[in-house]
Design a protein around this ligand. Structure first.
Ligand SMILES: Cc1cc2nc3c(=O)[nH]c(=O)nc-3n(C[C@H](O)[C@H](O)[C@H](O)COP(=O)(O)O)c2cc1C
Length: 304
């Protein structure tokens, strides 16, 4: 049986061109599923596949003779493209320079982000790895400051209607059902966050999406790992940085709309249920940062 998600219920169909195939075995080596094997000097679909072809495309990307194609699971031979020259790749120094210069940007110039840049950000984000192909991530693009503001105002209104849930009394009553940690997360952080979102929006100050000129909301279906949404969102941030666009991840919306919020999600075309979700806001930075800020992990353990 194939691995199912919202886009596919089938396994990939393996098409071998025996006029071109030399049985070199490269495709067999790279297949993560053991979907291919060579017996009696001839390549064919294996009977020992773990899940059946997941359509990762590694076999057709590695084949030196263009002898294998995968059809199905949203993939086809037409999805192969010529790689950019390797000399075009960013060096570690270039990449580190970009990554270490990035700051979360919450203040933006008035300039719009044009369609060409939006496309470039989405193209780069779509190269992100996913748990199992094809990607089951939905992206909703909020284009222009007024759309971003409308979304933020509606979200604040939604929170207002559910204010009791985020009150100290609501949190106390919820504790036996949600447990100590979630209850403490609410009392120490989320309740105050909600009050500040609402109070600021009442004053016309958008502390939710900061009136950015562009926002993208990434959410992964219930079939997928929540990280499937976060990884392309991260790629989008890095791509934006390379284009001179500042960005900031906004994790403060999806946890509140995971359950309920049907009307809100419907208005913005957001999937009704998701395993993980995150928003990234984008725009031209208003302020220039002059120094970097060193970061560290809680711990790095090297085992050998
Ligand atoms: C998962 C995640 C969620 C975040 N959510 C928010 C948010 O809701 N609002 C916000 O202003 N910043 C948010 N941030 C940005 C962080 O606050 C920011 O990355 C952190 O302060 C470090 O700053 P730097 O990115 O400039 O290094 C989030 C970042 C991550 C990774």
């Amino acid at each position: 049986m194939a691995i199912i998600n919202s886009r596919t219920r089938e396994k990939g169909k393996i098409i071998i061109d025996y006029d071109k195939c030399t049985s070199c075995g490269l495709c067999v080596s790279v297949c993560p599923d053991k979907s291919l094997e060579i017996t009696d000097g001839r390549l064919h679909e294996s009977q020992n596949a773990v899940f059946g072809c997941i359509a990762c495309g590694h076999c057709m990307a590695v084949c030196p003779h263009d002898a294998i194609k995968i059809e199905g699971r949203e993939l086809s031979g037409n999805d192969l493209f010529t790689l950019p020259p390797s000399g075009n790749n960013a060096s570690y120094e270039n990449l580190y320079s970009l990554l270490s210069s990035r700051r979360s940007i919450r203040h933006f110039k008035d300039n719009e982000v044009d369609d060409e840049i939006i496309k470039k950000i989405l193209d780069a984000a779509s190269t992100a790895p996913m748990g199992i192909p094809p990607s089951d991530v939905q992206v909703v693009v909020l284009k222009g400051e007024s759309k971003v503001r409308e979304f933020s105002v509606d979200f604040a209104e939604f929170l207002k209607k559910n204010k009791f849930v985020y009150s100290m009394l609501g949190t106390k009553l919820m504790r036996p059902f949600v447990g100590k940690e979630v209850s403490e997360l609410f009392s120490s952080f989320l309740n105050t966050l909600v009050s500040s979102y609402i109070a600021n929006m009442d004053k016309g100050v958008n502390k939710i999406l900061y009136d950015a000129p562009l926002a993208m909301s990434f959410q992964s279906t219930l079939y997928t790992d929540p990280a499937d949404a976060y990884i392309p969102a991260t790629y989008a941030m890095i791509a934006a940085e390379s284009l001179g666009i500042g960005s900031c991840m906004i994790g403060g919306v999806h946890p509140f709309i995971k359950k309920g919020a049907k009307k809100f999600k419907k208005k913005y075309g957001l999937m009704e249920s998701f395993s993980g979700g995150i928003i990234v806001i984008f725009g031209y930075p208003k302020y220039k940062y002059r120094r970097g800020v060193r970061r560290s992990f809680k711990e790095v353990k090297v085992l050998s």
